[in-house]
Design a protein around this ligand. Sequence first.
Ligand SMILES: Cc1ncc(COP(=O)(O)O)c(C=O)c1O
Length: 429
Amino acid sequence: MSETQNPLCSAQKACCKVEDPSLKTTQDFIDLEKSYGALNYDPLPVVPSSAEGCWIWDVEGNRYLDMMSAYSAVSHGHRHPKLLTALHNQLSKICVTSRAFYPCNLGRFLKKLCEVSGLDRALPMNTGAEAVETAIKGARRWGEEVKGIPKDKCEIIVNAGNFHGRTTTVISFSSEDEYRRGFGPLTPGFREIPFGNLEALEQAITPNTCAFLTEPMLGEGGIKFPPKGWMKGVSELCRQHKVLLISDEIQTGLGRTGKMFGMDHEEVKPDAILLGKALGGGIYPVSAMIGTEELMNVFNPGSHGSTFGGNHMACAIGLKALEVLEEEGLVERSHTLGEYLLKALREIRSPVISNIRGRGLWIGMEVNPDYCNARVACERLLTKGILSKETKETVIRIAPPLTITREEIDWGVNRIESVLSSLEEDFGF
Ligand SMILES: Cc1ncc(COP(=O)(O)O)c(C=O)c1O
């Protein structure tokens, strides 16, 4: 354990114990996973085994401040007590019956999704990529049946640098070669434009365009923000040309950027919102497409579905996740504490960081490549008790749970500052 990390209390030590005497060190766990798992990830060398609030403990008893929140899936913090209660209550009643019947809590969950988004109907799925797939299907069918685009001719416009998931259709329009290499034949029907460019959007629209699928701000693309006025402009262009505006809020939604939805920053109401990640309260995979009556009415029995989508557990947790956001003012908290965190990070003024940008508790720190890449910085942060992960080569993502306190932020900023000074010393010139 590094000298900077805090020891465990005995209760936490008991939690960290893993019931296999052959697994002792971090390396034992990593070796086992690497021996049997497909090698499609390159994780940081830490093995979490228990967590509470904003803190994670590993199998060796080291404590870390979670500044990454499972790519924003843990916005409510780890094991939020109200979500655990909802989970346990539901577990003791009924879990999965499928949509062959009417799950008793599905209606309440759908109603809440519609209330929160201001849209008309919702379709529950499990993962983010499934919500995106649902939207692509919905948009294409709307294109053919409502807009009158000829059969199989619908086009969807997307951004360069997008990230919407990993299914075959979704990677078909990724701009990352490694996401696509060897996975063809890919799905046609997508056009890519530069992010944040209204002129490019207008030029890309044809009579066959059914939708513009966009993140309001790029997440995996490097925590990037569009120019002011872009969202409003997009909304107007889409309306003018009868093109659906579909906002992928799987990462930006539910308070992450200091507003309920990313598009709220310019008071834009899209035709559909896609949610995932934090909708599962950091406990369970829950996603949804929520849309206008006209769009959602293209789905008829048999057109789409999922065995687990909208199951009792998902509904109980999804509903509670939305309620907790409101009850605990997590959206406002993200706004206020995000400003506090951004200011504190900017005040560090390290030459290792060339740019810091953020909205709410969603911050990207751009590492100056003359010093090191973001991976090296994240490995160094890990040794000082901060969990984060690079996005792209150069960006450190700082996205703690929205429940984080000022004291925890101060603790984290202090550690980040000391890591940046050590990087400056080791890689400076
Ligand atoms: C904006 C966005 N859309 C979709 C996804 C895919 O979600 P999932 O990994 O749950 O399929 C992600 C995941 O990072 C995302 O950030």
